[in-house]
Write a protein that binds this ligand. Structure first.
Ligand code: PBG
Length: 332
């Protein structure tokens, strides 16, 4: 790149006024870039605040429907649903995950009934909200999370969600080979247009704590998820994960968490030219809220700066608990 030197070039020139900054802005964030994660709980008229996620609640299905209508009004194109499964329905094998009358399926159907195709419904495929041990898969006698046996259950879970009306199934479990197995089962079941957004590069992160409180798996989990989620030190390995998931039939891929992994987002976009999404996870959200509460900066400015960074890095969109706040700030 050649450019004239000072004073022919004064990069401050276009920055002088609002209109000019708007004209020169390289990256646009709009409500259409946002996916809103929501936590579902049993009951009617229930809202349970989540202490470690200030501003986020679990809602009973009727409340989820109200949030879905709110999202439509705000121009948010998609919801991501997560269940807080009652303790008595959690088991070693997480069988509730593929019960067609589980909380997730009832929430999917209620949103579909209320909103038709005005909003997309993304569902998480992993066993952790349904297991009594909080791991994402089946344990062998040594406590190791088995791969292939787990994949068989994830396939049942994904098909059950698709049958209930999910638009995008999003395997977040990090088992090997699950994208192909799920794609094949969806095709066989006639769910040709159900998308797979693969949590392709998902790291064993310390930022998931508030989420585990929200789905009620935090207190159950012993140990960690390092035998399946990725080592935060690895980037090349993320490219291999993403390449495999695309080859297996993923329609889009996700990098998770978000901000600490912008390099992975950038590399993925450069290498594969597929839709890449970021999950700004619960701990990231909580840090912004805690920082603002502690007086380190203006909450709205902090959150918008982080969200636009995902777009600048190459994301097609972002899963964020700030989705409704951000959509309102964007003038929706
Ligand atoms: C479950 C899952 C997790 C998140 C999304 N799906 C937690 C985990 O892997 O332990 C984390 C999301 C967040 O922290 O906001 N497999």
């Amino acid at each position: 790149m050649s450019q004239a030197s000072y004073p022919s070039t004064r990069l401050r020139r276009p920055r002088a006024h609002n209109w000019s900054r708007a004209l020169h802005r390289e990256t646009m964030l709009t409500p259409a870039d946002l996916i809103w994660p929501l936590f579902v709980t049993e009951g009617r008229g229930v809202e349970e605040k989540i202490a470690s996620l200030p501003g986020v609640s679990r809602w009973s299905v009727d409340g989820i429907v109200a949030r879905a209508k709110e999202a439509v009004g705000l121009g948010i194109p998609c919801l991501a649903l997560f269940p807080n499964t009652p303790a008595d329905k959690r088991s070693k094998d997480g069988a509730e995950a593929y019960n067609s009358d589980n909380l997730m399926c009832r929430a999917i159907k209620a949103v579909r009934d209320a909103c038709g195709n005005d909003i997309g419904i993304l569902t998480d495929v992993a066993l952790d909200p349904y297991t009594s041990h909080g791991q994402d898969g089946l344990l062998d006698p040594s406590g190791y999370v088995t791969n292939d046996d787990t994949v068989a259950l994830l396939v049942d879970q994904a098909v059950t969600q698709a049958e209930a009306g999910a638009d995008i199934v999003a395997p977040s479990d990090m088992m090997d080979g699950r994208v192909r197995a799920i794609r094949m089962a969806l095709e066989m079941g006639g769910h040709h247009n159900v998308q797979i957004m693969s949590y392709a590069a998902k790291y064993a992160s310390a930022f998931y704590g508030p989420f585990r409180d929200a789905v009620g798996s935090g207190g159950l989990l012993k140990g960690d998820k390092k035998s399946y989620q990725m080592d935060p030190a690895n980037g090349d390995e993320a490219m291999r994960e993403i390449a495999l998931d695309i080859a297996e039939g993923a329609d889009s891929v996700m990098v998770k968490p978000g901000l600490a992994y912008l390099d992975i987002i950038w590399r993925a976009k450069e290498a594969f030219h597929v839709p890449v999404f970021a999950y700004q996870v619960s701990g990231e959200y909580a840090m912004i809220e805690a920082g603002a509460a502690a007086g380190i900066g203006d909450r709205d400015a902090l959150l918008m700066e982080k969200l636009v960074a995902f777009k600048r890095a190459g994301c097609s969109g972002v899963l964020t608990y700030h989705a409704p706040v951000a959509a309102r700030l964007l003038g929706a």
